[in-house]
Design a protein around this ligand. Structure first.
Ligand code: NAI
Ligand code: MG
Length: 499
């Protein structure tokens, strides 16, 4: 497959933002990195430079954490009412909605993803997240506790914000990952130092402007762009940070845990996945084929929940393989800014090398390449949507997270649900699984048997602000969204009064 990559023009708002000199947001001011260093941001479809942003490091993280600490302890934010906090968080959703098209374009340009998906998925999902979380600000109540000690007692709990939070986010859904982390932290009254991924810093910097426009006091949200090994590491190990929230690779997740040990800061982690999609013989096959294709090709396969291990019962295996391959062939590949495109480039050269390395390894280990399997063109980081059939549990492509549009299909010939669940659970990850069947009993029994934080029935890559999301096993610690996420951003204080 060879395509010519044409870059559509940007709207005026995104163009105006890109023309600015980009800075860090620290203590309510836009400032250069202390070192004066910057790094280049590129368009992954054309490899052209699109921006230069500050390369923040430990010195900038120190300033940002100090600002967040002041805002938390003594600033106006420390005295704000829950209702006022709720109003501010809600306002972020409104402002994002007003600038939705601009954000979708920035996301498509910076990450490479299709702009249509960015608008409907990333931007809308972020708007919804701020609105949902705004409601929690006024609902973080403690309880009265009927203690049994001798005498008269009044015992109760308070829910208090955990404090200064470091948030380190990835490049696959840059704005939405920021929203998932900022919204609950702000609703609960924390202050924040946010470090966007070095591949995709732009939407977070633009969002910093909306945070100021919304009226958040200085220092409540600080944004430091920079590399993982410098800015990220300094934030994870900082002795004055009370909690770190991380989304990214399992490898870096383990580094974060070690870094956090210094002051025993709280840690929540959303890490990798190798999610199974299981098609039962009685499934609505049109739905299952379209759904399992989307499960792996959406966002170029760069989803932590991507349905990368596809299990099809022997009786329908050939139809599923043919159907998913046909769906792959129909995807329109091109520049993410083209509204008719369904598949953009991977985010970076590094990711392109990683994914093409896996394609090579799959071939060497004997997988059958039914469709795709190659890089596209010689400009930008495109790879073909790929279906690898005849795969098995021992292959690297089946065991490791590829994070690209590559699905490994395996056939199974077993009607015992425990046996099917064993295939699904044969991974060190446990983030999501999908089950495709018309049989309610099979669906809900499988939901119980699979060891993963989220189970989808006749859908995949599902998400909603009210639906707790996170992983079992090496897919992470804790849950984001829903009422569960508020546990990460609050401490419970128990009070006992002798009456
Ligand atoms: P990564 O885990 O290195 O990057 C994620 C974030 O962590 C970025 O903000 C990065 O700057 C930061 N970071 C990196 N090293 C750090 C350190 N030592 N201390 C503190 N922060 C650090 O992910 P990368 O290298 O971009 O991608 C590698 C693989 O990770 C992908 O192929 C994919 O398998 C997985 N991944 C999973 C994601 C998910 O949503 N669960 C998102 C991104 C990547
Ligand atoms: Mg890395």
């Amino acid at each position: 497959m060879n395509i010519a990559i044409r870059k559509p023009s940007l709207g005026s708002a995104a163009t105006a933002f890109l023309a600015k000199r980009h800075k860090l947001l620290i203590d309510g001011e836009w400032v250069d990195a202390r070192s004066g260093k910057t790094f280049t941001v590129e368009d992954p479809a054309t490899e052209e430079k699109i921006a230069e942003v500050p390369a923040g490091d430990k010195a900038d993280i120190d300033l940002a954490v100090a600002a967040a600490r002041r805002a938390f302890e003594t600033g106006p934010w420390s005295r704000i009412s829950p209702a006022e906090r709720s109003r501010l968080v809600w306002r972020l959703g409104d402002l994002l909605e007003q600038h939705a098209d601009e954000f979708a374009e920035l996301e498509a340009l910076d990450n490479g993803k299709p702009v249509t998906n960015a608008r409907r998925g990333d931007v809308q999902g972020s708007i919804d997240m701020f609105r949902y979380m705004a409601g929690w600000a006024t609902r973080l109540n403690g309880e009265t506790i009927p203690v049994s000690s001798a005498g008269n007692w009044h015992a109760y709990t308070l829910r208090e914000p955990v404090g200064v939070v470091g948030q380190i986010i990835p490049w696959n859904f840059p704005l939405m990952m920021a929203a998932w982390k900022l919204a609950p932290a702000l609703a609960s009254g924390c202050t924040i130092v946010l470090k966007p991924a070095e591949q995709t810093p732009l939407s977070a910097l633009r969002f910093g402007e909306l945070i100021q426009e919304a009226g958040f006091p200085a220092g409540v949200v600080n944004i430091v762009t920079g590399f993982g090994e410098t800015a990220g590491a300094a934030l994870a190990e900082h002795p004055d940070v009370d909690k770190v929230a991380f989304t990214g690779s399992t490898e870096v997740g383990k580094i974060i845990v070690r870094a956090a040990a210094g002051n025993l800061k709280r840690v929540s982690l959303e890490l990798g996945g190798k999610s199974p999609a299981i098609v039962f013989p009685d499934a609505d096959l049109d739905l299952a084929i379209a759904g399992t294709a989307d499960a792996i090709f959406y966002n170029q396969g760069q989803c932590c929940t991507a349905g990368s291990r596809l299990f099809a019962h022997k009786s329908i295996y050939d139809r599923v393989v043919a159907g998913v391959s046909e769906a792959a062939g129909k995807l329109k590949v091109g520049h993410g800014l083209d509204p008719s495109v369904n598949l953009g480039p991977l985010v970076s050269k590094e990711q392109h090398q990683r994914v093409t390395g896996f394609l090579q390894s799959g071939r060497e280990e004997g997988a059958e390449v039914v469709t795709g399997g190659s890089t596209i063109g010689n400009q930008g980081y495109f790879v073909e949507p790929t279906v690898l059939a005849q795969t098995n549990r021992d292959m690297r492509v089946v065991r490791e997270e590829i994070f690209g549009p590559v699905v490994c299909v395996q056939s199974y010939d077993d009607d015992d649900l425990d046996a099917v669940a064993r295939f699904a659970n044969d991974t060190e990850y446990g983030l999501q699984a999908s089950v495709w069947t018309r049989n309610l009993k099979v669906a809900h029994m499988m939901a119980r048997k699979i060891r993963a934080g989220t189970i989808c029935i006749n859908t995949h890559n599902y998400g909603d602000p009210a639906w707790p999301f996170g992983g079992y096993k090496q897919s992470g610690w804790g849950r984001e969204m829903g009422k569960e996420v508020m546990e990460h951003y609050t401490e419970t204080k128990a009070v006992a009064a002798r009456l």
